[in-house]
Design a protein around this ligand. Structure first.
Ligand code: SAH
Length: 480
């Protein structure tokens, strides 16, 4: 019965029958499981074993012998080397199915729900009309290639080697022209790209952002210093480069961000305006937001708006409700909810984000939203335990959470259960931690009433989920 254990460098043929969460193909040969990057379900492939453990191993794709019916050619020439878009060789239809399955499996496996139940409360995943060119923000590292030419592109998967790629297909067409102008300026003015190894040189990254509804563009150079030679030349080159694809005056902001650190953090704390304004505008769900080089803002505004509308629908607001929005960032969800609720209380750990949230509320003339700086797992219990807290803050109608990948802290979940809201809306960027948290929330008083996947990061393996939980017996709420 012993499985044959393959050795490193063995070459074999196998059929891919599954894919893991990272989009790697999984196939079995004589009971031995192999993970194969760039192979997709349904492919028959020839591979070379790179690493072999007792019962599983990793192999490199040598060639596709019979392609899967879901296989399509990658749209980007550097898709495999870059590794950002792990699903470019999968049809978009199959990608959506893969993502919905990923959420479904986690809910069943880690959330403890049955298959039948999960399927009965599912709403079909929401995909994009065109799964490319959706990002409103791009960050390109700048360096030199082997021949000394200045290049901008992406770090090859898990390394700091730059692959030249000035036209990432997830970003906007005009990024290429802007990068071209920046590189051209650097050559002409003799400006050195930053060299990580030697910690010398000037230009580290180029950040480009665009407000999709306003059309306004921001270009920010991240520099190992406080100024650049011939800044006027840089400004004129950037302002002159957009004639083909955009209105010539779309660039509203050119900034220099200083980052002299020696680590991996992309942006420094100080930004100086070289041209125009420090911010650009955008609108989302009928609200206006100002975006500065450092602010967090959803990178796929089209899908983010749809997801927020779903979160509002799941909150089921009539205008009389009190709502907590935990992990609120710059207050996007809070402000969208505030238009339909009586009061919204937002909590966020980053003080600058709360400053932006307050400004965004004022800018949009929203006066029924209050924001608090701190950890959700500390702020929420403080309000719950304090004798001075308003009743509607202690027992809100709805709690919305949108935590980072690690999910909610247990203390936060416990307090949510004590507050007994009628509904909980959980927005998640990691369905594994979502499922773990739902297991706690749905142990007794809450039931999962709806869930839906949103493809916010097309062609990559990441997927968002929004979930509605309802209190099992609302009538019991008044009895405590
Ligand atoms: N809802 C916002 C932001 C979601 S991202 C939007 O849609 O734009 C998650 C946010 O949680 C980030 O802004 C992060 O700074 C914040 N955060 C991380 N840990 C936190 C914690 N323990 N308590 C409160 N906020 C936290």
């Amino acid at each position: 019965m012993e499985n044959r254990v393959f050795q490193k460098n063995d070459i074999l043929t196998l059929t891919i029958t599954d894919m893991d969460e990272e989009g790697q193909g999984i196939g079995k040969a004589e009971g031995f499981t192999l993970f194969v990057k760039d192979a997709i379900v349904g492919d028959t492939v020839e591979v070379k074993v790179m690493k072999a453990k007792k019962s599983y191993g990793f192999a490199r794709l040598l060639r596709v012998i019979t392609p899967s019916t879901d296989r399509i050619p990658a749209a980007c020439p550097v898709a495999r080397a870059c590794g950002g878009c792990k699903l470019q060789e999968l049809s978009y239809e199959a990608e959506l199915k893969f993502k919905e399955e990923k959420i479904r499996n986690n809910l069943i496996r880690l959330g403890g729900f049955t298959e039948e139940f999960i399927d009965s409360v599912k709403e079909p995943i929401v995909g994009m009309e065109k799964p490319f060119r959706y990002r409103n923000k791009a960050q390109y590292p700048v360096g030199r290639d082997k021949n000394g030419k200045i290049i901008a592109g992406f770090y090859a998967g898990r390394t700091h080697d730059i692959i030249p790629a000035e036209d990432c297909l997830l970003g906007r067409e005009h990024n290429k022209e802007i990068l071209g102008a920046v590189l051209n300026y650097m050559e002409e003015a003799g400006v050195e790209p930053y060299d990580e190894g030697a910690a010398k040189g000037l230009v580290r990254h180029v950040l480009i952002r665009e407000g999709f509804t306003s059309g306004e563009i921001m270009v920010c150079l991240v520099v190992n210093g406080t100024k650049l030679p011939k800044e006027d030349l840089l400004i004129s080159k950037i302002r002159a480069c957009l004639t083909d694809t955009k209105e010539a005056d779309a660039v509203k902001s050119i900034c220099l961000n200083t980052n002299t650190r020696k680590d991996n953090v992309i942006m420094g704390d100080k930004t100086r305006v070289l041209y125009g304004s420090e911010t650009i505008k955008d609108s989302l769900c009928g609200l206006t937001f100002k975006i500065s080089p450092l602010s967090f803002y959803q990178v796929n505004p089209v899908q983010a708006a749809r997801l927020y509308e779903k979160a509002v629908e799941y909150a089921d607001l009539t205008g009389t409700e009190s709502v907590w929005d935990l992990y609120c960032g710059i207050g996007t969800i809070s402000l969208v909810m505030a238009k339909k609720a009586k009061t919204v209380y937002g909590v966020e750990i980053i003080p600058e984000a709360i400053r932006d949230a307050k400004e965004n509320a004022m800018r949009n003339r929203i006066s029924n939203a209050e924001f608090f700086v701190g950890k959700a797992e500390e702020v929420l219990p403080q309000f719950y335990q304090s004798t001075e807290t308003d009743g509607e803050m202690k027992s809100p109608d709805v709690i919305v959470v949108d935590p980072p990948r690690k999910g909610c802290d247990e203390k936060c979940l416990e307090t949510m259960l004590l507050m007994k809201p009628k509904r909980i809306v959980y927005v998640s960027c990691d369905s594994a931690t979502l499922a773990r948290d739902l297991k706690i929330l749905c142990a007794k008083d809450y039931t999962l009433t709806k869930w839906q996947g949103y493809d916010q990061f097309s062609r990559t393996v990441h997927v968002e989920t929004v979930v509605q939980l309802s209190k099992v017996s609302i009538s019991s709420k008044g009895n405590d």
